[in-house]
Design a protein around this ligand. Structure first.
Ligand SMILES: NC(=O)c1ccc[n+]([C@@H]2O[C@H](COP(=O)([O-])OP(=O)(O)OC[C@H]3O[C@@H](n4cnc5c(N)ncnc54)[C@H](O)[C@@H]3O)[C@@H](O)[C@H]2O)c1
Length: 276
């Protein structure tokens, strides 16, 4: 059931790789709610992924850009505005990658060269996108920018490695740029802290299935799916949330406020019986 929440709005969606991607679900829902879209990802992701299918389904234009390149971001925003014939209304940053996680290097041993890449791709890219939009005055008043985060920004979760540091920086950038963008251009900037979700990036985290199960047992409402995360993004892009900015918004079934749940106690006790 669609409500036309984004009728007439134009947006850029970063980070749809395949139909598991959270950004993929966001693009589908944004299209169904009446938005026009530019879809973007790195040239490699365009080759390896299936973004063409999404563009066909949503009538969107694809423009490739590496979100760590100011030059490519400049071209992306210029071409997007040319394509739409004007400014845009929303941006989704759905980008994350850690070479340390990918190579299975434990946190105390991480390579700083890798860590700089993690921070650049997963967090500074958000600043780069905001800076490019700011300098080209690409976003309409009451526009909305959303990035996807994870509770590892506040709490330590084994195996999340330097991505926890990247998410902490990402959320801080939303506050710092959110102040400037809100005050001068009436544009809001927020992060959504999403439950573990079975995607290409998510599944790269060591122990991901166990983490997902634990998180689900701990959350009174259970883990939030990619589709549900997309619903929340749509509300944040819509005019229903014009005064929400500089926030990290948990979309995790209640996980972030829990200490111990009955379901987790039961499972933990069972494990004790099995392993005295
Ligand atoms: N999956 C989860 O459990 C989970 C939970 C909370 C938050 N998130 C966040 O959601 C976001 C989307 O991840 P996902 O789970 O949908 O996985 P995904 O693998 O589908 O998406 C990650 C995307 O980042 C893109 N990317 C990587 N390097 C890039 C670069 N240099 N420039 C532009 N794009 C680049 C990839 O091509 C890919 O499309 C990430 O920020 C991730 O950290 C995921």
């Amino acid at each position: 059931m669609t409500k036309g929440l984004l009728n007439g709005k134009k947006g850029i969606v970063f980070g749809a790789l395949n139909d598991k991607s959270i950004a993929w679900q966001v693009a589908l829902k944004a299209h169904n709610e009446g938005a026009s879209l530019v879809l973007t990802n790195t040239p490699v992701a365009l080759r390896l992924g299936t973004l063409g299918e999404l563009a066909e389904q949503t009538g969107s234009k694809i423009i490739s850009a590496d979100a760590t390149s100011m030059e490519e971001l400049g071209i992306l925003f210029k071409e997007s505005m040319d394509h739409f014939g004007g400014k845009i209304d929303f941006v989704l940053h759905s980008i994350g990658m850690s070479p340390n996680v990918r190579k299975g290097i434990p946190y105390p041993d991480i390579s700083y060269e890798n860590m700089l890449k993690t921070l650049d791709i997963s967090a500074l890219s958000f600043h780069r996108i905001l800076q490019t939009a700011w300098k080209t005055d690409a976003i309409n008043e009451w526009g909305s920018v959303v990035a996807l985060s994870y509770v590892a920004a506040q709490r330590t979760l084994a195996g999340y490695n330097d991505m926890g540091d990247a998410k902490a920086l990402l959320e801080s950038i939303a506050r710092s740029f959110g102040y400037i963008y809100g005050k001068h251009r009436k544009v809001r900037v927020n992060t959504i802290s999403q439950s573990p979700t079975p995607t290409t990036a998510g599944s790269g985290i060591s122990g991901f299935e166990t983490l997902t199960d634990f998180s689900d047992r701990m959350s009174p409402l259970g883990n939030a799916t990619a589709e549900e995360c997309a619903d929340y993004c749509i509300v944040l892009f819509s005019d229903m949330t014009r005064k929400v900015t500089m926030q990290n918004l948990f979309h995790d079934g209640g996980f972030s406020s829990m200490g111990m749940s009955r379901r987790a106690i039961e499972q933990y006790t069972k494990s004790f019986d099995e392993c005295p």
